[in-house]
Write a protein that binds this ligand. Structure first.
Ligand code: PLP
Length: 449
């Protein structure tokens, strides 16, 4: 029996009275209350009033296989019934976590070992700690600093937050852990001073090398980066970016952490962003699409070289979470990855992603659309007050709020803020749904701006 009785008015009242929402304007929420969603099928979700929406954001960039997959329900049910929980501390294991580690090695063969977490931030905390631990056990304990980039989003736990390069997430939560350094985002629209694409890449590479030399390579543990920056503003890097960055990191013995929390499991048109962009990290963090959000799970993969070093004699690896390798989450992940592989969802992500970007580019004719960018099924429509100067809208005008209201009225859910729309639908989205989604966004822009 479902304990939730659908009395929408009462639910909204209770939400306002007792639910502290993350990343929400709490003051405004007291007045507006939540949009209560109760059901999903494919790329669509239904609210408590019976209205269906295209979920143009796949939950939070994560429901890759879409809603209503009974195989995932069955995988969870069977594992819960058989053995709901055992930890992975002290050498314990269950069959799903072992099978998932082996499966992840098949998907990311440059990583030999995998540890699991409950989400993206925990995965990045783990990645950062493993990088430092590796250098400590290599006799270089002073290599601790982490290089990140502005506009990066790596999660909101303290270490991941320090690596996050979006100032709004830092404000009033300090002090943050020291030792985090920031480079420019590889965003041509805002950061290219008028150079050719190779010139822009060379500029970014030079900025990295200058920073390393200024700080001293002997103090730097790792560089962390999303293959395509996501939550900070969807930034597909310029051609040749990763090919320019990776050799510099190698030259100065700095580990590369690829944050594939959004880009993993098909979203960029290949199974991982590293394949799309042709590079291999020393450590990969992942989450979201590994279970398509049906249950929480994340994790990291590490290179054989790192594993060799950290499995030194007489050392306990003193890191991990109660839910590292939760058997139910791992069972769901295995069933979810089987769906992604069987349906080759990365192919649909590439094809529908190309359609999405083509259709969104039509919006560039709008007087307030400054830039449209994307890769696979992640895209951003950036709105500006003035196209010539690229001046953003003043927050006081509440543009993001209006875009959200009007797009929902038109039957689509995407992430809206003063920067514009971020779009990342389930990887199963159809050609017709992409058209409906973009048409709704076009009408929204015309109505709001
Ligand atoms: N890393 C990236 C690239 C993300 O996009 C996110 C969340 O959006 C995270 C890390 C944090 O993941 P979580 O919210 O599961 O902690």
């Amino acid at each position: 029996m479902n304990p939730f009785v659908l009395n929408t008015e009462q639910l909204i009242e209770q939400d306002i009275a007792h639910h502290l929402h993350p990343v929400t304007n709490l003051h405004r929420h007291k007045r507006q209350g939540p949009l209560v969603l109760v059901e999903g099928k494919g790329s669509k979700v239904r609210d408590s009033e019976g209205r269906w929406y295209i979920d143009g954001f796949a939950g939070l960039w994560n429901v890759n296989v879409g809603y209503g997959r009974q195989e995932l329900v069955e995988a969870a049910r069977q594992q819960m019934a058989r053995l709901a929980f055992q930890p992975t501390f002290f050498g314990l294991a269950t069959p799903p976590v072992i099978e998932l580690a082996a499966k992840m090695h098949q998907l990311l063969p440059h990583h030999s070992h995998f540890q699991f977490t409950s989400g993206g931030a925990e995965s990045n905390e783990t990645a950062i700690k493993i990088a430092r631990y590796y250098w400590a056990l290599s006799g270089k304990p002073e290599k601790t600093k982490i290089i990140s980039r502005r506009m990066a989003y790596h999660g909101i736990a303290m270490g991941a937050l320090a690596a996050t390069g979006v100032p709004a997430y830092h404000a009033d939560f300090g002090p943050l852990p020291p030792g985090f350094l920031y480079l420019s985002a590889p965003l041509a629209y805002r950061n290219n001073p008028g150079l050719s694409e190779p010139g822009f890449v060379a500029m970014l590479a030079q900025e990295l090398e200058d920073l390393i030399l200024r700080e001293g390579p002997e103090t730097i543990a790792a560089f962390i980066g999303e293959p395509v920056q996501g939550a900070g503003g969807v930034v597909p890097p310029p051609e040749g970016y990763w090919q320019a960055i990776v050799p510099i990191l190698k030259k100065y013995e700095i580990l590369l952490i690829a944050d594939e929390v959004i880009t993993g499991f098909g979203r960029t048109g290949e199974m991982f962003g590293q394949t799309t962009y042709g590079f291999q990290a020393d450590i990969t963090s992942f989450a979201k699409g590994i279970t398509s959000g049906y249950v929480p799970l994340g994790g990291v993969g590490i290179s054989p070289q790192i594993f060799e070093r950290i499995s030194a004699p007489d050392r306990m690896f003193m890191h991990g979470f109660t839910y590292s390798g939760h058997p139910v989450a791992c069972a769901v992940a295995l069933a979810n990855i089987a769906i992604i592989e069987r349906e080759q969802l990365w192919v649909n992500a590439a094809e529908r992603g190309a359609q999405l970007l083509r259709r969104l580019r039509e919006l560039e004719a709008h007087p307030h659309v400054g830039n449209v960018r994307g890769k696979g099924l992640m895209a951003l429509v950036e709105v500006v007050e003035d196209k010539g100067s690229k001046k953003p809208f003043d927050a006081a005008r509440g543009i993001g709020e209006r875009l959200m209201q009007v797009s929902r009225e038109k039957g689509v859910i995407v992430r809206c803020n003063d920067t514009g729309f971020a779009i990342a639908p389930p990887l199963v989205i159809t050609e017709q749904e992409i058209d409906e989604l973009v048409n709704a966004l076009a009408e929204t822009l015309d109505e709001v701006l």
